[in-house]
Write a protein that binds this ligand. Structure first.
Ligand SMILES: NC(=O)c1ccc[n+]([C@@H]2O[C@H](COP(=O)([O-])OP(=O)(O)OC[C@H]3O[C@@H](n4cnc5c(N)ncnc54)[C@H](OP(=O)(O)O)[C@@H]3O)[C@@H](O)[C@H]2O)c1
Length: 278
């Protein structure tokens, strides 16, 4: 994606740049911006890269990295202990408040997992039954108190890609001859890491802010989609375990209505299957 002529050369810090999404975002932005990242697990590839900082949310102070990098944009793609993550995000929020810096936070469709009857849109009230969803809501609410122009909250459904943790886990279950759980009542939307990274690039280039729902514009049944993914990824036959959490269909889908991205940045679930096909 080309930079716009009047665009500032941002200094971007990606927290969790060694992870599935963080690394894909790093690779997308690196050729265009001065991009830095954090990693937690020891890794020689990152150890010798001066744009990478080893950072453990439970032991290190994110301020030290912020002081060195002086980012104009911070992207959070972290996982890890929820209370340590909350403290880290609180420090980032304080930094954002006091500097000319913008924050892009990767949130999740799970902020709506207590609602089941409909898909969710950007301005719907969040409500969760899960610890993960509660945690994401708590961070979202903290960020929503910052100046509006300084924050982009990206709610993602399940993200797929050839090396995504979810597919690796499925491959492991198949190789161990363990069952793969599928949820026939779950209707969701989905996305890929390539689309998410392009969408983030666009949000940065156009200096967009607010809440974005970055999932496919169509919906899929969890069981059918997982079966399709396994088939087209060239994995061996799986043993399936059907899990019914409710009697009725249940939605876990984040659809866009107010903060729409251009057509070329929207996607259909079929594109994910095409991307993963080998
Ligand atoms: N993947 C999805 O389907 C999906 C869907 C919705 C939302 N999200 C959100 O997107 C974000 C990224 O997800 P992901 O799937 O890319 O996760 P991931 O592959 O597990 O990457 C997590 C990142 O966090 C780092 N990390 C883990 N524990 C840490 C700790 N104690 N201290 C510091 N860093 C630590 C990891 O570093 P090391 O690898 O170096 O240890 C890695 O860089 C998460 O916030 C997630 O909630 C993901």
């Amino acid at each position: 994606m080309k930079r716009l002529p009047n665009e500032v050369k941002h200094r971007i810090l990606i927290l969790g740049a060694s992870g599935f999404l963080g690394h894909a975002i790093y690779k997308e932005l690196c050729p265009y911006f001065n991009t830095f990242g954090t990693y937690n697990t020891e890794n020689p590839q990152f150890d010798k890269n001066q744009h990478f900082f080893q950072y453990n949310i439970e032991e290190d102070d994110v301020y030290e990295i912020l002081d060195i990098v002086k980012p104009s944009i911070i992207i959070s793609a972290l996982r890890g202990d929820f209370s340590a993550q909350f403290v880290a995000h609180k420090h980032v929020a304080e930094y954002i408040n006091n500097h000319k810096t913008k924050f892009i936070f990767l949130s999740s469709a799970n902020v709506f997992d207590a609602y089941s009857k409909y898909p969710s849109y950007e301005e719907d009230k969040t409500l969760s039954n899960s610890i993960y969803g509660h945690f994401k809501i708590k961070i979202e609410n903290m960020l929503l108190r910052l100046p509006k122009k300084k924050v982009a909250i990206l709610r993602l459904p399940m993200v797929f890609g050839p090396y995504c943790p979810r597919l690796k886990e499925i491959a492991q279950l198949i190789s161990d001859k363990e069952p793969v759980e599928i949820f026939p009542n779950l209707i969701m939307n989905v996305t890929t890491h390539t689309k998410v990274t392009q969408q983030i690039h666009y949000i940065i280039n156009r200096n967009k802010s607010g809440v974005f729902h970055l999932g496919s514009i169509d919906l899929v049944h969890h069981d059918e989609f997982i079966r399709d993914i396994i088939k087209i990824s060239g994995l061996k036959k799986a043993i399936y375990k059907r899990v019914y959490t409710t009697n009725d269909d249940r939605y876990l889908a984040v659809l866009p209505k107010y903060n729409m991205l251009p057509k070329n940045l929207q996607l259909l679930s079929q594109e994910i299957l095409t991307e993963l096909e080998i």
